[in-house]
Structures are given as C-alpha cells and as structure tokens.
Design a protein around this ligand. Structure first.
Ligand SMILES: [Mg+2]
Length: 407
C-alpha cells in the first residue's frame, strides 16, 4: 500500500449531466440518464462516481452555494478536504446539508460523491476498493440477470419473459429476476389485463417450469399490490415455485403491510429507493424484510451501503444491492459484494440486452460476466475508465434537452 501526502487536498468536483440521445420518457428505465462526478486532487489523482437520480437535481444538490450554517453546499464542503477522510467527509456533508437533506436527493447526490471518494482512496493507496472495505471474502461475484421487456400486449409480455429467462440461463447466469408487473404504478406500458394477480401467478409458474428446478428465480412486482391482503392471498398459491425473493410487493411506506408479509414463507426484498441506514433500520425492524436492497449510489454511497450491510448482518439477513445503471455502479457493486459475506448476488443488466446507450458505452471496461461470474478486478480504486467520446455525446444530448428551460 502506498503512502498519501499528509497535505493532499480535493481541488474541484466536475458534475456531468448525461442523457441517452434515444431516451424515452415512457420507458421504465432509470438507466437513460446519469450524473457522473469526477473529484480532482492537487496531486492529479481523480475519483469517479455516479448515482441513479435525475441528474439535473443531483447537480443542483452538489453545486448549490451555502446559504447558512445548516444549509452548506456539498461541493463547497468537499473542496479543501483530504481525500482519505472518507467517513468523516460523509458525516460532515450529512450534518452540514441537514436542513436541505438528511434523506432524498441530497443523500443520492452524496452517494455519487462517496463512490468517487472510494475510487480516489483506492487509487491513492494503490489498492482495489474491496481491499479497503475489509478485504475480499470471495474470488468472484455472482450476478443475477435482470431485464424488463418493453412490449405492449400481455401475450408478448409473457412470452418475452419466458424467452428471456431461458436466454439468461443459456448465457451462463445462475440466477435471474423477472419483473412481472401487471398492476400498480409500474403497470407495464399500459398493458391492461383482467385479474392481474392471477395472471402474475400464471407467469411465475410458467417461468419456474421454463428454467427448471436448479436455477435461482427472483420476482419483482414493483409495488403492484394495492394492499397486503391481496398480496397474501396471491402468495398463498406460490409455495411450490421456490422463489428466492419477492421484491417490492407493497409501497415502501406500508411498513405494517411488509411486517405482515414476514408471516408467510417467501422472503421479501425491498429498499431500492431508500436513503441512509436510518430508513433501512425501519425497513428491517418494523417492515421485517429478509433481503435489504440498497442502491449503492442512492442510499448514500459505498460508505452508507456498508452500514446497511452491517445492519443486515447483525440481524442474520441478506443484502443484495439494487443496480440499474452504468459500469460505474456495476464496479461499485462488485467491490461491495467482494467484501460482504452475506451478499450472495448483485443485480446485473448485460450491456447487449440493455436499451440504454449509457449502459453500453459510458464505461470503457465494465467488469464482465464470464461463465456466470464476475471476477474481482485488480486495478486500484473501482478499476474503471470513462469513455470520453461517449461522455461528450451524452453531455450534448442532455444540453439539447436543457435548452429553452428558463433559469
Ligand atoms: Mg425493482
């Protein structure tokens, strides 16, 4: 491990607001936009981070000037700090922005900064991030395939899910998650079906039949159930399907509903939208979910995701991060899982199956899946490089949308 200069300083933070030129506002994909932050130091070392939130909002959270002592600006607090003070910076940003933040977009923006600080720390010390998160507990991380079909009829939706599950298995994935969303706020592309929960059960049964018994199958219904009783009545028919977890059956504020779901045998997973360990404390202790799903950027970065993992560990629970972004977040999740014993999977959207040009092109060397696993990267930090041509293209697309917005 290298030594770092005692007087090293953060000198600036770049915020790149990016948009996929072919973005579709009606598509269910938050991978179409991005904010990438690059933190610079006076010794020329840089760190890269991103977060899954509207990038214009995140940029405003970072660049807004301080206006009073409990409403300090994130960038202003960051500049001049020693880049190895990762935990201390997190606390100072959290407290200094408290009157504007504590939850929501301000924590999301802090997540992008925190990921960049972990990248920076690894590069300064000459170590991959997982070595500085406690050291590797495995040689490779197991990705699960995650894909949502973009089709417009129930029949095409069902067939697409079945074909995709078989494709995932053929590609070497050992696990896959199907987004079976026929009701609720994500109800797919306006597909209207009668008896949506009976149809959901039919699709889940068909998926298990298609992939066979020796394949890990997760189901995400994306907040589809209107209430816990409808959910419990539906799940009573799922006991033979061997579902690894059911993701976000209820709206995240319905902690009492989640707690009742703990009485049935299928493990419940949730947490993709939550920020800070404090929201996870409520989800785990009041909502009694069995799989915590922090999005590493959104929850507040690798620092806060590790704290959520500690909460899960202390309760004998599993952590499986949410991930629907570019190679930056994939790398962050690989390092997180590499150093977290109770993280058996990471979510993984294969680039060639993604509709998002950002997912395909932004990072030049996204950790690849080979033979069903992602080997641990060995380069310092996150171990990724941005594709600067792609960065320019996505920046231009975002600027084109910004034109005409009064400021
Ligand atoms: Mg989900």
């Amino acid at each position: 491990m290298r030594e770092a200069a005692a007087d090293m300083k953060i000198t600036s933070i770049e915020c790149h607001v990016l948009l996929d030129p072919d973005y579709d506002v009606s598509a269910t994909s938050s991978a179409q936009d991005d904010i990438v932050v690059v933190i610079h130091t006076d010794e020329g070392v840089t760190g890269i981070g991103e977060v899954d939130v509207n990038p214009w909002i995140a940029r405003a959270c970072i660049t807004a000037p301080s206006t009073h002592s409990m409403g300090l600006g994130l960038a202003e607090m960051l500049i001049g700090r020693h880049p190895l003070e990762v935990d201390e910076i997190w606390t100072d940003l959290y407290v200094g922005s408290a009157m504007n933040g504590r939850r929501g977009a301000m924590i999301n923006a802090m997540g992008a900064i925190d990921i960049a600080l972990h990248d920076l720390r690894g590069k300064i010390l000459g170590e991959p991030c997982y070595e500085l998160l406690g050291g590797p507990v495995r040689e490779a991380v197991i990705p699960y395939a995650s894909l949502q079909p973009e089709v417009t009829s129930y029949e095409a939706y069902r067939e697409s899910l079945l074909a995709w599950a078989l494709d995932a298995r053929a590609r070497g994935f050992r696990a896959a998650k199907a987004e079976v969303t026929l009701a609720g706020p994500y109800a797919h592309m306006g597909i209207k079906v009668d008896r949506p929960f009976e149809r959901t059960t039919e699709i889940v049964a068909a998926l298990r039949d298609a992939v066979g018994p020796d394949f890990t199958l997760m189901i995400d219904v994306q907040y589809a159930f209107p209430d816990v009783d409808t959910c419990l009545a539906t799940l009573a028919d799922w006991h033979d399907f061997d579902i690894y977890f059911l993701e976000t059956p209820l709206w995240p504020d319905d902690l009492a509903g989640y707690a009742r779901l703990a009485e049935q045998p299928i493990p419940i997973a949730s947490g993709e939208w939550l920020t800070t360990r404090f929201e996870f404390l409520q989800l785990l202790d009041q909502g009694r979910v069995r799989v915590a799903q922090p999005d590493i950027g959104r929850v507040g970065g690798l620092t806060e995701a590790r704290r959520v993992a500690d909460l899960a560990r202390d309760r004998g629970l599993t952590v499986v991060p949410h991930l629907w972004k570019t190679g930056i977040s994939i790398a962050a999740a690989v390092h997180f899982a590499a150093a977290t014993p109770h993280c058996p999977f990471i979510e993984y959207l294969p680039a060639d199956l993604s509709e998002s040009a950002l997912r395909k092109d932004l990072v030049a060397n996204t950790p690849p899946m080979v033979d069903g696993v992602v080997r641990l990267p060995t380069a310092p930090g996150l171990g990724i490089e941005l594709n600067h041509d792609a960065l320019r293209r996505f920046t231009d697309a975002a600027r084109a949308v910004s034109v005409g917005v009064a400021s």
